[in-house]
Design a binder for this molecule. Structure first.
Ligand SMILES: [Zn+2]
Length: 316
């Protein structure tokens, strides 16, 4: 006898009217029209039956905060970040937990069972860190929630961010985050990548950085991240790159000898989520072989423009 028999399911590969039988926590049979005794029967009524969805990038400390303390008038990312700065001093742990748990209910209802969320560590109280650690504990039975220590104001730009980030890791946050394009200078951005990768290597942590989320075609922190990943042997370890937007928007003019290693590095930087969930891969550079001029470009991979992302996220 099966423990669970789901009938009349549509599968992601297009098969319909399928039955899926489960025993001892494992799928033991997938076939059309299976009829066998089971402890529990479910009629999917033709609806989709799929593995759980994965959200590779989220900011759960800002969830459901639309209009708090005011609506983003410009719809831009920069106003979104400024709004988050206005809201931070007004946050309470109770409200953070309540909003995050409400979101998690919605997530589960939509089949989302693995979420990697950033949590801002630039508030010396680490209020959001404590709140999301509590949320992680509460949702653990049904959501694989992973936290990234995210220095929203810049790990070097903000005086206490590095100390706070280390405190967050000590408290149990899983991943080292960063935002190099938000540091005061390009060289400070590169220094922040080096510093954070070294910290991750020391502590055996994962790295997930907001990288080159800028319209500046000279913002090239992805290269530093790729280099540090190789130098410190972080490749092969799970790694995420968030908002890697900028290179999609510009046809870069760069020397071919710089493009080639970047191509190889980007291949190695394909992000993976815990428990083997595949996330997105960084799009490959097209057109390198045979190019004789310095004009190289990243393909239009269909990524939205930064302005659209700004509109989509009230606070990012
Ligand atoms: Zn983000």
């Amino acid at each position: 006898m099966f423990d669970l028999l789901i009938q009349n399911a549509s599968l992601p590969d297009g098969r319909q009217q399928m039955s899926v039988a489960v025993k001892n926590g494992k799928i033991v049979e997938v076939s059309p029209g299976l009829n066998a005794p089971a402890q529990q029967n479910l009629d999917a009524k033709g609806q989709l039956l799929s593995p759980p969805f994965v959200d590779a990038h989220f900011h759960m400390d800002a969830t459901l905060s639309y209009g708090l303390p005011r609506v983003n008038q410009s719809g831009t990312l920069l106003e979104g970040i400024a709004l988050w700065g206005e809201l931070k001093p007004l946050l309470t742990q109770e409200a953070l937990i309540e909003r995050a748990l409400a979101y998690c209910d919605w997530a589960v209802a939509k089949g989302l069972l693995a979420i990697r969320t950033h949590v801002d560590v630039c508030d010396d109280r680490l209020l959001a860190v404590d709140a999301l650690l509590e949320v992680k504990r509460q949702v653990a039975p049904y959501i694989d929630l992973q936290l990234v220590a995210f220095p929203q104001d810049g790990v070097l730009r903000s005086l206490t961010a590095l100390a706070n980030l280390k405190r967050a890791l000590d408290k149990g946050v899983d991943v080292v985050g960063g935002i190099p394009h938000f540091e005061r200078t390009m060289s400070e951005g590169a220094a922040s990548v080096r510093l954070l990768c070294e910290l991750a290597a020391e502590q055996g942590k994962l790295v997930d950085m907001h990288c080159d989320e800028s319209d500046d075609p000279l913002s090239r922190h992805i290269e530093t991240l790729a280099f540090e990943t190789q130098r410190l042997g972080l490749h092969g370890r799970e790694l995420g790159i968030a908002h890697f937007i900028q290179h999609q928007q510009h046809r870069l003019t760069v020397a071919p000898n710089r493009v080639h290693p970047t191509t190889a590095w980007c291949d190695q930087l394909g992000a993976q989520l815990p428990q083997g969930h595949k996330a997105y891969r960084v799009p490959r550079v097209q057109g390198f072989p045979g190019q004789t001029t310095g004009q190289m470009g990243f393909p239009d991979a269909g990524w939205p423009h930064q302005d659209h992302i700004g509109r989509g996220f009230d606070k990012v």
